[in-house]
Design a protein around this ligand. Structure first.
Ligand code: NAD
Ligand code: 4TP
Length: 329
C-alpha cells in the first residue's frame, strides 16, 4: 500500500499529559492532505479538545475518515484522567496502546508507530520494566539491545550511545563495542530510512577538550579512538573524537550528518536547545519505524491549551518520509 494511504499508528501516551491536545492540534494541521494517522486511545479525551472523533474497528478505515474526524482505535482507560495529575492506574492502557501500535506496524497494517509522551516514573510505579519507549519497543520486536535513539531537527542529528541510565552507570557501560554497534546501526538507518548515501559521522569525545592528550581523561585514547579506527576500517566516514563543547556550533554542524554522543544529555541538550519545536525522536535498529516528539508529558501545562503540536507534526511527517525511503524499490 502506498504511504500516502497507509496510516501511522499514534499511541495515546499519558492521558494526563499534553498528548490529547497535541493529537488534536496535529490532526488540525494534517487533516487536509497531510499524513493520516489513527490514534490508539480514548476517543472522548481527544474530543474534549474541540475536534471531531470517529471510532474505527480496523486501521485500514483511518484514511477514509481522516479529513473529517480523528480516527480512534479504542483503548479503555481504567480511570478518567485529570490533566496534570497522572495516575499509575492507567499504566496498563498506556502500554497496551504502545503494544498494539507495534503490532500494527509489524504486520504491515500501519506505516509506522508515532508515540505521544509517557512519564517513565508513572509507568515504573505500576511495575513497567523498561526505562522508556525505546527499550520497550525493542523488546516488543524481540530485539532487546539493538535499539538506538536518534533525535533530529533540521539543524542537527544526535545519537546518545548510552541512553536511559544515570551518568555514573553510563560511564561504566561505555566501551568500544557499544560505540561500534550504535554507530553501525545509525549508519545503516541513515542510508535506508533517510536517504543519506554516505553519512558523515562525527564522534564526540567524553572528557573536557576530548581528553587534552590524556591529561583530562583517557577514554578518548582507550575506548573512542579504537572504535573510530574499527569503523573507518569498515569504510565509514567517521571523524573525531571532537571536543564536545565546540562540536555543535553552526560551522561544526555543517561538517557532519550525525553526532554520536557518549551519554544522554551530551546529545539531547544541544538538540533541544537548538530546536525544541521541530525536534523528533526516532528509534533506529528495529524492523519497525518509530518516531516521537522530542518533548515529554509537560504535566505543568496539560489541559490549559498552551501545548504546541509542532514537534508531533514533525514526528508524523518524519515517520512517513522514513517509510517512503524504506519501501522505495
Ligand atoms: N518521548 C517521551 O515519552 C518522553 C520524552 C521526554 C520526557 N518524557 C517524560 O516527560 C515527563 C516530563 O519531562 P520533562 O518535564 O523533563 O520534559 P517536558 O518536555 O515534558 O517539559 C519540559 C518543559 O517544556 C514544556 N513543553 C514541553 N512540551 C511542550 C509543548 N509541546 N508545548 C509547549 N511547551 C512544552 C513544558 O511545559 C516544560 O516546561 C517525564 O516524566 C519524562 O519521563 C517522555
Ligand atoms: N530520552 C528522551 C528525551 O529525553 O527526550 C525521552 O525520554 C524519550 O525516550 P523514549 O522515546 O525511549 O520514551
Amino acid at each position: 500500500m502506498p504511504e500516502a494511504t497507509r496510516p501511522l499508528a499514534l499511541t495515546m501516551g499519558d492521558p494526563a499529559g499534553i498528548g490529547p491536545e497535541i493529537t488534536a492540534g496535529a490532526w488540525r494541521a494534517l487533516r487536509h492532505g497531510g499524513e493520516p494517522f489513527a490514534v490508539i486511545g480514548d476517543a472522548q479525551i481527544i474530543h474534549q479538545h474541540d475536534v471531531p472523533v470517529r471510532e474505527i474497528e480496523t486501521i485500514a478505515q483511518a484514511a477514509g475518515v481522516f479529513d473529517r474526524a480523528v480516527p480512534v482505535l479504542p483503548v479503555t482507560l481504567d480511570i478518567p484522567p485529570r490533566p496534570g495529575q497522572p495516575d499509575s492506574r492507567n499504566a496498563g492502557a498506556i502500554t497496551a496502546s504502545i503494544a498494539r501500535a507495534v503490532e500494527l506496524a509489524r504486520t504491515g497494517q500501519a506505516a509506522g508507530v508515532v508515540t505521544c509522551p509517557i512519564s517513565k516514573i508513572v509507568l515504573k510505579k505500576a511495575g513497567f520494566a523498561y526505562p522508556g519507549h525505546t527499550e520497550y519497543l525493542a523488546a516488543l520486536c524481540n530485539m532487546p539491545g539493538h535499539e538506538v535513539m536518534m533525535l533530529a531537527c533540521p539543524e542537527l542529528r544526535v545519537v546518545p550511545i548510552t541512553i536511559h541510565v544515570g551518568l555514573r552507570r553510563a560511564l561504566d557501560e561505555l566501551d568500544s563495542t557499544r560505540i561500534i554497534a550504535a554507530t553501525r546501526t545509525t549508519y545503516a538507518a541513515l542510508r535506508r530510512d533517510f536517504g543519506i548515501t554516505t553519512p558523515r559521522i562525527a564522534m564526540a569525545g567524553l572528557n573536557p577538550h576530548a581528553g587534552e592528550g590524556g591529561t583530562m581523561g583517557t577514554e578518548e585514547q582507550t575506548i573512542i579512538q579504537p572504535a573510530i579506527d574499527a569503523l573507518r576500517a569498515d569504510g565509514m566516514d567517521v571523524s573525531g573524537p571532537w571536543p564536545p563543547d565546540t562540536m555543535f556550533t553552526p560551522a561544526a554542524r555543517a561538517r557532519y550528518d550525525v553526532a554520536m554522543c557518549m551519554y544522554h544529555d551530551q546529545a539531547l541538550i544541544p538538540l533541544k536547545t537548538i530546536d525544541m519545536t521541530q525536534g523528533v525522536n526516532a528509534t533506529l535498529g528495529l524492523p519497525i519505524i518509530r518516531t516521537s516528539p522530542d518533548h515529554g508529558t509537560a504535566f505543568d501545562i496539560a489541559g490549559r491549551g498552551m501545548a504546541d503540536p509542532s514537534s508531533l507534526v514533525a514526528a508524523l511527517r518524519m515517520a512517513t518520509r522514513m517509510a517512503e525511503h524504506r519501501n522505495r524499490p
